[in-house]
Design a protein around this ligand. Structure first.
Ligand code: GDP
Length: 451
């Protein structure tokens, strides 16, 4: 950690500006060696300076250099950022000069790792930086920024403080039984306090389950007999949202898929062509892909034709989707009604047509309703979306369940205290109060270089 690191912080390519970031004890001194302009060692912190990067007497680039002295910097070390004219050759040359003058090339995420190791951010906040960079939807961004703002960390820290309070009281009781005036923790206290902690942890797990789809998007499969209007519906949904349509070749009727955003939530929609029994080799590839899409779907839009009587094939499809969240979409409601579903007792039925778009909004609203978009959009975003963090929460909950059994069996407080400590420790791992190198390497290698 004592060396000074450097890397290109912007994406490498031809652009208006590239930024090279340098951090460490020698940052200012090293940049000063290759900078012609003011003496950077003498400038005030958080100031920007015009000048040139030079290699001996040769001018490499015209730059603006920001000097930020510790501790109020991203890494809590001295940080210098060089704004060069964008361009692969000149940016690389500046970086090369920095390396020749004593910097080491930073590994992915190393600036953020230093911010963590120097205590500016905790692990949750570090992971939120990575989530923020990788967020594709507005909701993902909101969740990430919430993590970065420390709301989740605060929640975990509050629970840990609560636990610590109980633990220290028990310890005092055990160590100094002779003091009468010290508050004595009883089983009754634990019976009152432990459930409160449990509720908070369980809410985190529940919110995680509810919002898991937020990161991956909802997989939507459109199924139905040929000619009911599957492609028309897909095109309607995609066109309106100007999504990208991908054709997957190799099938008689290509499977078409595309992505749209509904209130900031991603829907991966796939038109499954036909799920028919077939002997045709090429078509059977399409069929097996359709079945796979069906299996992976979180939502099925099952299309029926309003202008035709229901067929056995339709009924077969309805029974195949029994165990999935399904919306029955009656298409072609601009034509005469011949379809009769009264005997089938179906839930979630929406009637549409793709000619004048009637019912498309009702269909979208139905999707929002089934996936609780309102709840997701209106809540406070103190969510865990990170697998590592949620695994630890679940571990803590398991210990807490053991603890509750112990409390009910009226075990001794010093035995129960061990579980309390275990929970406290496990929650500590989430924010990085303790960690091992392997975890850090694993976590930061997913970052981009320069972050
Ligand atoms: P798919 O085989 O299920 O993908 O069906 P298509 O989307 O290719 O549509 C089959 C035929 O039905 C096409 O001629 C469409 O123009 C027509 N079609 C689709 N939706 C509607 C609708 O809402 N009303 C009417 N009248 N025709 C439709």
């Amino acid at each position: 950690m004592n060396d000074t690191i450097a890397s290109i912080a912007t994406s490498l390519g031809v652009g208006a500006i590239s930024i090279i970031r340098v951090s460490g004890t020698e940052a200012i001194k090293i940049v000063n060696k290759i900078f012609k302009g003011k003496d950077l060692k003498k400038v005030a912190s958080h100031t920007i300076h015009y000048g040139h990067i030079i290699n001996n007497e040769e001018i490499i680039d015209e730059v603006l250099v920001s000097v930020m002295k510790k501790p109020k910097t991203y890494t809590m070390e001295d940080v210098v950022e060089i704004n060069c004219h964008g361009g692969i050759a000149s940016t690389n040359k500046v970086l090369e000069l920095l390396l020749l003058n004593g910097c080491r090339l930073a590994s992915p995420g190393e600036f953020t790792k230093r911010a963590f190791l120097n205590g500016r951010i905790d692990l949750i906040e570090a992971e939120a930086v990575s989530d923020l960079i990788n967020s594709e939807t507005d909701l993902e961004r909101k969740v990430a920024i919430n993590g970065l703002e420390g709301n989740l960390s605060k929640l975990i820290k509050d629970i840990r403080n609560n636990l610590l309070n109980i633990i220290s009281n028990i310890e005092v009781n055990i160590d100094y039984p002779e003091y009468q005036d010290i508050y004595e923790v009883t089983l009754e206290d634990l019976k009152k306090q432990v459930p409160n902690i449990k509720i908070k942890l369980e809410k985190l797990v529940m919110d995680y389950e509810n919002t898991k789809l937020l990161h991956k998007g909802i997989n939507v499969a459109i199924i139905g007999r040929p000619n009911v209007g599957k492609s028309s519906l897909l095109n309607k949904l995609l066109d309106e949202n100007k999504a990208i349509v991908t054709n997957i070749p190799g099938t008689t009727r290509d499977i078409v898929e595309g992505t749209i955003y509904l209130d900031g939530i991603k829907l991966n929609i796939i038109d499954t062509a036909g799920i028919r029994e077939t002997n045709d080799v090429v078509e059977s590839i399409g069929v097996s892909k359709s079945l796979k899409a069906l299996k992976n779907a979180n939502l099925i839009l099952l299309l029926l034709n309003n202008n035709e009587e229901i067929t056995n094939e339709d009924k077969d499809l309805i029974s195949k989707t029994n165990d999935k969240t399904t919306i029955i979409v009656i298409n072609k409601n601009d034509l005469n009604t011949k379809l009769d579903l009264t005997t089938l007792n179906l839930e979630n039925v929406v009637s549409i047509n793709t000619i004048d778009n009637q019912g498309i909004d009702s269909l979208k609203n139905k999707i929002k309703e089934l996936f609780n978009f309102d709840m997701i959009n209106n809540s406070d975003f103190t969510y865990i979306t990170n697998l590592r963090q949620i695994t630890k929460i679940k571990e803590a909950l398991n210990i807490l369940n053991e603890l509750e059994i112990g409390i009910n069996q009226e075990q001794d407080l010093d035995i129960l205290e061990m579980d309390l400590k275990d929970i406290w420790n496990t929650l500590g791992l989430i924010i990085g109060e303790s960690y091992d190198e392997e975890l850090l390497d694993d976590l930061f290698k997913n970052f981009c270089v320069g972050k």
